[in-house]
Write a protein that binds this ligand. Structure first.
Ligand SMILES: [Fe+2]
Ligand SMILES: [Fe+2]
Length: 145
């Protein structure tokens, strides 16, 4: 288990769009905290992760909608599916089922690389492109004396 977790930290998930990379750093930090949590710490840390994921996905969904990112629906659907799973696990954890929370933590660790490589990376590229193309370039005439 440790080896598998460690493997993820050795991978560079930087996508080149700063605001998204910042959110992903926060996700990886909270995931590490969830992986290292004692049974007693699980409820608080899952709550932190759920709040993070809500904000994380809201931010990406907003970027996709504001810029009319063409393949946004499948990306937004995947966000919604993850939030549904986390909410279900929160209820079970409240009933004392720590194992299901451990399984969710492992599932999130396995989900993130694929999601970020296939979906977030396309959005990061799009946002970089959108920002460059949307920014007016001003050429000032050179003053000759
Ligand atoms: Fe993301
Ligand atoms: Fe995403």
């Amino acid at each position: 288990m440790t080896d598998q977790n460690t493997m993820h930290w050795e991978v560079d998930y930087t996508l080149g769009y700063g605001p998204m990379d910042h959110i992903h750093d926060e996700f990886l930090e909270l995931l590490a905290q969830l992986q290292e949590a004692t049974d007693e710490q699980l409820p608080a840390r899952l709550q932190q992760m759920e709040a993070h994921l809500q904000a994380h996905f809201d931010e990406e969904n907003t970027w996709m909608e504001q810029t009319q990112f063409p393949p946004r629906q499948c990306h937004m659907d995947e966000h919604a599916a993850v939030l549904t799973s986390v909410a279900e696990v929160r209820v079970l954890l409240d009933e004392g089922n720590t194992q299901v929370c451990r399984s969710l933590t492992q599932a999130l660790a396995e989900w993130f690389p694929g999601h970020t490589t296939h979906l977030d990376s396309a959005l990061a590229h799009w946002m970089g492109k959108d920002r460059l193309e949307g920014k007016p370039m001003v050429f000032k005439p050179m003053t000759r004396i």
